[in-house]
Ligand binder design. Structure first.
Ligand code: NAD
Length: 421
């Protein structure tokens, strides 16, 4: 019997709660807080009528969920995908809370989503959908309240339309309402590639810890969007050979290493990796099971399950995506000795540089890219070592340690602030 609306439709929400319960149990978390943190603070469900190019009106379902507000405004991406559900958005919002707390940002977690297939919409339809969705969630967002960013199916152009819609309603330009914007209207240098860069910084720290040489290592990356493509490029720049990559249509494999620059060119002309001349086609499933040093899932959630976890052959699993590994698969991988760099740590580079963007927007003072990358490196590697130290001290896996670290900071804030009224 589902305990809440969030659980009705979503294995992802049940997974986020199961991870939370495990950490809460291990930490002996106050039972009152446990109940409170299991559910989001606020949820807004909206219907979004959009005039399509053929003059028909189509209604889309959208959500914005704010999980916790004890440390400051909430922060989290907007997802456009046909499988978006309330429960999935709530799970992603909860993970954002632990992630922001883990890396020490003054934010709680949020997430938004619209159930739609963006690749089937024209640019004008996408713009009308984005503007109406922004107008519908407008009472809940703002630079001091809740700051959206890009996620699956959204990008800097969508953020520009959101920023414009919000600013037009208020009557003046408010760049700090969203992050991941184009540089010309208040975006930050380094934001576009920040999630992938952060993934690679954590992989390099993991390799140092395991005494692995990047120049003798290989990587496989699932997903060729923002996170996957930048992770692959930056892995290659650090001497790691990327032997396989995929997008929603299929994968491409070359044991000698893929030329990521050429793969990028191919993707932008053909809108798919299919037909790339310097590699062989590979199925989604076979790609995950390739023998490699590092596997980076950078697409959707629950792709590593109890069905395939026993067959994975990577030494390090660096989770670029949110929630790519189910709890059952996690247990199998841990038993098999796979070194897991969990999502809330591995992909935190995105929200770290989003935080830099927000600070720059509020101050109207912009930083150099070298400064941004250096600060990102310091924050994410320090979080990596805190999680590693806690995992060794408590004799738990890296995922549990990361969750415990994030939850502890939120619990402390709740206990200090007390319960209103
Ligand atoms: P995106 O929309 O830019 O890219 C997603 C990619 O996944 C696309 O290339 C798509 O073709 C591919 N894909 C979809 N289904 C697939 C499948 N079955 N097999 C292989 N590839 C498939 O999205 P993104 O922003 O790169 O986000 C990817 C993941 O990273 C998501 O889980 C997201 O929540 C997470 N994330 C993103 C950011 C960010 O800054 N964008 C930050 C933190 C975490």
């Amino acid at each position: 019997m589902p305990e809440s609306l969030y659980e009705l439709d979503s294995p992802t929400y049940r997974m986020a709660v199961a991870q939370f319960e495990e950490a809460a149990e291990r930490m002996n978390l106050d039972p009152n807080l446990r109940e409170r943190l299991k559910f989001p603070r606020r949820t807004l469900m909206v219907s979004i009528p959009v005039r399509m190019d053929d003059n028909q009106v189509k209604v889309f379902q959208g959500y914005r969920v704010q999980h916790d507000t004890s440390l400051g405004p909430t922060k989290g991406g907007i997802r456009y995908h046909p499988s978006v559900t309330l429960g999935e958005v709530a799970a992603l919002a909860m993970w954002m809370t632990w992630k922001c707390a883990l890396v020490g940002l003054p934010y709680g977690g949020a997430k938004g989503g619209v159930r739609c297939a963006p690749s089937t919409l024209s640019r004008n339809e996408l713009q009308r959908l984005t503007r109406r969705y922004t107008a519908e969630i407008l009472p809940l967002i703002g630079p001091e309240i809740d700051i959206p960013a890009p996620d699956v199916g959204t990008d800097s152009q969508i953020m520009a339309w959101m920023m414009d819609t919000y600013s037009m309603q208020k009557g003046y330009s408010i760049p700090g309402v969203v992050t991941g914007k184009p540089i010309a209207i208040g975006g930050s240098l380094g934001r576009e590639e920040a999630t992938g860069r952060g993934v690679v910084y954590t992989v390099l720290e993991g390799m140092k810890h395991l005494k692995l040489d990047p120049h003798r290592s290989t990587a496989v990356v699932q997903g060729f969007g923002n996170v996957g493509s930048h992770s692959a490029r930056i892995l290659t720049e650090n001497g790691i050979k990327v032997i396989a990559m995929s997008d929603s249509k299929g994968g491409i494999y070359n044991s000698k290493g893929l030329d990521i620059h050429r793969l990028n060119e191919h993707k932008s002309t053909h809108h798919s990796l299919e037909g790339f001349p310097d590699g062989d086609g590979i199925t989604h499933q076979d790609l995950l099971e390739l023998d490699c040093t590092v596997l980076v899932p950078a697409a959707l959630s629950e792709v590593i399950t109890e069905k395939n976890a026993g067959r994975l052959q990577c030494r390090i699993l660096a989770e670029g995506a949110n929630g790519p590994t189910t709890p059952e698969a996690d247990r199998i991988l841990q038993k098999r000795g796979v070194y897991i760099i969990p999502d809330i740590l591995a992909n935190s580079g995105g929200v770290i540089v989003s935080y830099f963007e927000w600070v720059q927007d509020l101050q109207q003072y912009f930083w150099k890219d070298t400064e941004i990358n250096q600060k990102l490196f310091e924050i994410i590697t320090s979080a990596f070592h805190q999680v590693r130290a806690l995992s060794e001290k408590k004799k738990v896996g890296m995922r549990l340690a990361a969750q415990m670290q994030g939850i502890a900071k939120i619990a402390q804030a709740h206990l200090l602030r007390g319960l209103y009224p």
